[in-house]
Write a new protein. Structure first.
Length: 128
């Protein structure tokens, strides 16, 4: 079993702090991630974001060296949110790049393990 580092990215402004980000994530998770039998089509901005990450780093559907803990990253997109499952071996570098890209695209970004926002600018990645 592989362990992953999870980063949530969504359409919307970056929350002011970890508490606001946690609240925003919980609202989105309830609306889009807790399945009720319905799928939620990826929204354009999040689809574009994930496609940019796949273009930069590959996808397990294409290469075994991709940093994702799932085979087809686009399947992790649900409406306006994606939870990026990054393999622990790639967590520091890829989470920093993913957070930086989210910031450039004016998307919210939340570190699920550390309970804090991630801007990708001057922020350390996951530790431990």
């Amino acid at each position: 079993m592989s362990v992953s580092y999870d980063l949530a990215v969504w359409e919307g402004d970056q929350p002011a702090d970890g508490d606001a980000a946690q609240a925003a994530f919980e609202r989105l998770a309830e609306a889009y991630l807790e399945f009720d039998g319905q799928g939620h089509a990826p929204r354009d901005r999040i689809r574009t974001y994930v496609e940019a990450l796949v273009a930069r780093h590959g996808d397990l559907a294409d290469t075994a060296s991709a940093p994702w803990a799932v085979g087809d990253l686009i399947t992790e997109v649900h409406g306006p949110i994606v939870c990026l499952p990054i393999t622990s071996a790639h967590a520091v570098a890829i989470s920093a790049d993913a957070a930086r890209l989210a910031s450039e695209m004016s998307l919210g970004c939340f570190d699920l393990q550390q309970g804090r926002t991630r801007s990708g600018i001057g922020k350390a990645g996951p530790t431990g």
